[in-house]
Design a protein. Structure first.
Length: 74
């Protein structure tokens, strides 16, 4: 059985949906000064949870890559 694939360069942020998710977090936390590392941790967790609870934002991160997801047949 032969499989075909696409070789990618070592780092392709445009094809990584995680980069888009982190971009959402960074923009939500821009220009914020934190008093303690715990404050930063709480805010970071809140922003990640906000993304997690909004599936459309996750979908937009996947869509931004331009890639299609095809399930592997069983």
């Amino acid at each position: 059985m032969s499989t075909t694939g696409v070789r990618l360069p070592p780092y392709t942020p445009d094809l990584n949906p995680v980069e888009a998710a982190w971009s959402l977090v960074r923009s939500a936390m821009a220009n914020t000064a934190f008093d303690t590392p715990d404050d930063l941790d709480r805010r970071l967790r809140r922003e990640l949870r906000r993304i997690q609870l909004q599936p459309r934002r996750i979908d937009s991160c996947l869509t931004a890559t331009g890639l299609t997801i095809k399930p592997t047949p069983r």
